[in-house]
Design a protein around this ligand. Structure first.
Ligand SMILES: Cc1cc2nc3c(=O)[nH]c(=O)nc-3n(C[C@H](O)[C@H](O)[C@H](O)COP(=O)(O)OP(=O)(O)OC[C@H]3O[C@@H](n4cnc5c(N)ncnc54)[C@H](O)[C@@H]3O)c2cc1C
Length: 560
């Protein structure tokens, strides 16, 4: 019976898995029937693994990406926020929030996710941060051997290529990796005011926040090179595009991971390209790097997830695991508006197309278009509850004489989850998150908003340019006393902003082991931001690159 079943599964796969020629990412390489490794998703997790595994010339590697290639538009740092309304975004929306996202229709916060070579690193804010030593030590203390700070630091360094002058001789930075990091190449005088003001309030000026993001303030370290975005695909795929053993195929939407239900061995994946269903097989492993929303979705569609949920949808259960649970994220307020007598450049939908600014950027890698999402300046303060909060300066306003400060809770209490709407792979999953359901998050954000106002209104640095909070109250909060705690609570709930660091939906310890192998399944790993069991105090691009570097080493040593 087992043999018959085996034949019926594999026989069908083998018939359908005939080779076909493809218009692939680079050149016209055919997608073969079988590879040693199949990687799903060309985001930061998948791009790194594809590069590192294909260093081994006797291993064949296929990287399947649902989206398209990058373009000149994704190269422009300041354009990041505009890319969210293009096909580079999966365009997800979270479920209605009870205590946040009030400025959006039905209280549903948008959850953009990058779709294309580089994943979310083609539309992210390009902040380079790594988090705190304690973040990784906590991950290790949760039982994940090999993930303490001392274990992950070498991989951060392996990845980094930091050209910032003052870090050239630091043992905590490196200049040899693939991920370029530099200072923003347009220096607004407002950033200096921000740093001065932080100093006046007792923050340490010009800290290296990648090493210790605490009680300090400094300019941004950006994942760019000569003023151009460095996506994960730029950093890890473009330079190895001519490797014969690496095939990269775009517009390939994976709909299922093929797993033999008896042996629980991963066989390959099913995907759709140009409307056709196809299958491709893995000799060694399938590596799932589809990101924090699509990785759990694909696992559940393939029979790996909470038993009851899968049973309710009629999906045969292969492995009962808490996939999609425990979603974590960073959120806060975007953004308070301040006015001053400083007149600097203005970037909005009209001025971004200004030919002079474009030429400055294109020819020389300079000017305001090099400023990622208009941001240059981060501060780190501790709330009365003892948690770290990030304060973000956008010195370039959307209207003249204005600038913005945003808040970000680095260790929020809120949690969420990803579940399936149906067993149809084309239906987006259901995403929920408890914005401000926990009073500590709300109190911490109110503290951060009041701190941001103090930073501007109570320091000489900003007084010198007559800077102050815009006196126009938010129209939905103008029934409350301006600047009172109740006003700030109202602002928090209306101007809720997620920083798109969703993670932990395939968390290490519950869904994958410390080698990132899916528990109970052979030949299947998850390598992306969904594996963090506990959210680092960082924007997650560089931590996910670190995960990719570390995973590639583990995979290599497993198979050698
Ligand atoms: C708007 C925004 C701003 C951000 N700003 C910053 C920042 O300033 N600094 C920072 O450090 N981090 C930032 N982040 C977070 C960071 O970019 C992400 O944490 C990181 O990209 C996660 O990497 P990943 O590999 O887990 O997944 P992703 O980057 O989401 O990549 C997943 C890839 O898989 C592909 N994929 C998904 N499903 C399928 C499928 N079924 N078949 C084939 N391919 C599939 C996707 O198209 C995508 O290319 C931001 C994120 C966003 C969205």
């Amino acid at each position: 019976i087992v043999e018959e079943l085996f034949k019926s599964i594999y026989g069908q796969y083998l018939q359908q898995g005939i080779p076909f020629r493809e218009n692939t990412y680079l050149g016209n390489k055919p997608i073969l029937r079988e590879y040693d490794f199949i990687i799903v998703g060309a985001g930061p997790g998948g791009s790194v693994v594809a590069n590192r595994l294909s260093e081994q010339s006797n291993w064949s590697v296929l990287l399947l990406e649902a989206g398209q290639d990058e373009s000149i538009y994704t190269d422009i740092p300041v354009a990041a926020e505009y890319l969210e309304s293009t096909d580079y975004n999966w365009g997800y929306t979270a479920e209605p929030a009870k205590n946040g996202c009030f400025n959006y229709a039905n209280n549903r916060c948008p959850w953009p996710k990058g779709k294309g070579m580089g994943g979310s690193s083609i539309l992210n804010g390009m902040f380079y941060t790594r988090g705190k030593k304690e973040d990784y030590d906590t991950i290790s203390e949760m039982g994940n051997f090999g993930w303490a700070y001392k274990d992950v630091l070498p991989y951060f360094l392996k990845a980094e290529n930091n050209s910032i002058q003052e870090y050239q001789n630091s043992s905590l930075h490196s200049q040899t990796g693939n991920l370029h990091v530099e200072r923003v190449r347009y220096h607004s005088p407002l950033v200096d005011k921000f740093i001065e003001a932080g100093g006046e309030l007792g923050l340490q000026k010009n800290i290296d926040y990648t090493v210790n993001p605490e009680n300090g303030i400094s300019r941004l370290q950006a994942t760019s090179r000569n003023g151009r975005r460095v996506s994960a695909s730029k950093a890890y795929i473009q330079s190895v595009k001519n490797r014969q053993n690496l095939h990269v195929a775009i517009f390939c939407r994976v709909t299922k991971i093929l797993i033999d239900p008896l042996s629980k061995k991963t066989i390959g994946v099913e995907f759709v390209k140009k409307g056709k269903n196809r299958r491709v097989f893995a000799k060694k492993e399938v590596i799932l790097s589809a990101g924090p929303i699509n990785s759990p979705q694909l696992l559940m569609l393939s029979g790996i997830g909470p038993k009851e949920h899968l049973n309710n949808l009629g999906i045969p259960v292969i492995q009962d695991l808490p996939v999609g649970q425990n979603l974590q994220d960073h959120y806060g307020t975007l953004a308070l508006e301040f006015i001053s007598n400083h007149t600097g450049p203005v970037i909005n939908e009209q001025t971004i197309l200004n030919p002079y600014l474009f030429e400055q950027w294109f020819k020389y890698g300079r000017g305001p278009l090099t400023v990622p999402s208009r941001v240059d300046g981060l501060g780190f303060v501790r709330s009365p509850s003892g948690k770290e909060i990030e304060i973000i300066l956008a010195p370039i306003g959307q209207t003249p004489g204005r600038f913005n400060i945003a808040t970000l809770l680095l260790q929020p209490e809120a949690r969420g989850n990803v579940t399936l709407k149906s067993k149809n792979p084309w239906h987006p999953p259901i995403m929920s998150y408890g914005y401000y359901d926990n009073i500590t998050d709300l109190e911490d954000n109110v503290f951060a908003l009041k701190y941001s106002v103090r930073l501007v209104e109570e320091t000489q640095a900003f007084k010198n340019i007559a800077a102050k909070l815009s006196p126009m109250p938010h129209p939905k909060c103008n029934h409350l006393l301006f600047k009172s705690d109740d006003y700030w609570i109202c602002i928090s709930k209306h101007l809720t902003h997620t920083y798109h660091h969703q993670c932990s939906t395939c968390r290490m310890g519950d869904v994958v082991n410390n080698k990132l192998q899916v528990i109970g399944i052979q030949g299947l790993r998850v390598v992306d931001s969904s594996i963090f069991p506990h959210i680092p105090s960082a924007h997650l691009y560089s931590p996910t690159i670190m995960v990719g570097e570390k995973a590639a080493d583990m995979i290599r040593s497993h198979w050698s």
